[in-house]
Design a protein around this ligand. Sequence first.
Ligand code: UDX
Length: 439
Amino acid sequence: MGEHVGVVGAGYVGLTSAACFAHLGHRVTCVDIDESKVDNLARAEVPISEPGLPELVAEGLADGTLAFTADDTALAECGIVLLCLPTPPDHEGKPDLGVLEDVVPRLGRLLAPGAVVATKSTVPVGTAARLPDLLRRTDLSVVSNPEFLREGHCVDDFLRPGRVVVGTDPPGSEAARRIERLYDPTRAPVVRADTASAELAKYASNAFLAVKLSYVNVLAELCERFGADVGEVARTMGLDSRIGPEFLAPGPGWGGSCLPKDTTALLHAAGSAGVDFGILRDAVRVNARQRARAVRTVREAVTGSPWGALSGARIGVLGLAFKAGTGDLRDSPALAIATELARRGAEVTAHDPAVGPGPGLDALQVVDDPYLVAKDAAALVVLTEWPEFRDLDWARLAAATARPVVVDTRNLLDSGQLAEAGFTHLPVGRRHPDAAPFG
Ligand code: UDX
């Protein structure tokens, strides 16, 4: 048995870290203040949908390597404690460290001599350097060990990480090595850095992805003007190993719980430091424009004009989550676009394989049968790239619509297959030769 690891917080990051470290052979105690969540987890009931996670939680509980508790005094027995606490944006977009500032002094009173405290969830640059003051202990070590987990791939990303970043001041200290050893079975390359670099590396990675996506979304706009195909342009770019093929798929804009929050936080921090991060500001601005662009494309498909009125038009939406593989609606461009269509007077019926009726969806009629969205629709709009949408019976959908046209903001569908089914397919980043007004 390796280290006894304490995990504070049982959200996406904490729960994945706890279950995966137990799977990697460590003893793990995961603490959360939410007692009902802890009770459910202790019965292997996992509140988030992550492939492989329920199995790992059940495995850890069964072999006694994983425990959940609401009693944080259990952390006194842990040699390493990972902070996986929320840092939600405040009204200015700066991360709110309130929870961390509450928890850390308490840890200072609880932890065993010589314990290592590592920040795992995303925290502003300089947070690790502040922790010794908050802990009020000279025998504890502080490490920055940011996670890079994607929703829907958390377990896989954790067990097969592209890299592990371990920040200490100075880099490569004994505490850094103890954290590093936790990941030994993954054989991932390790970056030994100072804490500020480790913290910034997380923001820098997410912000770079956001810039890459906004870049390709503007290229898609250009392709429509020039009669080029963004698929071919992106494929050519992606075959250059310096660019790489991932994160080059155009869409209705990037969203989710991380990219919008982290770009805003980094912009804010750069501004406070007197550095103009213009390229990132533009990426955020371009992203906001994508939603309006999708709405205009739908208006044009339905009325023949990008400024046409949607009042009374029935619109069928496929996809509400911010990306496929999750039911997460946080900062979802799909939900924002569907809601905006409804706000403009359209009657919007929406289907998402992972989303049912619930809060924030009042403007839409959410149905669990994808074929219901097509009923009398003036247009269908694909907003999330669920692969199963490809396999729908498109001829059946066409027959149900008032007019078989599909705005495909993800370039998910095959134009040939759609044409055979009787649909006019309006992808992004390609010229729309056969777009015709409704009525
Ligand atoms: C992201 C980072 O990838 C991860 O490393 C970090 O730890 C948390 O933030 P996640 O929020 O799960 O993960 O989403 P991700 O898969 O990165 O997608 C982000 C957004 O970009 C989504 O809205 C997605 O639809 C969009 N996207 C992604 C595209 O529009 N095109 C692409 O080619 C890829």
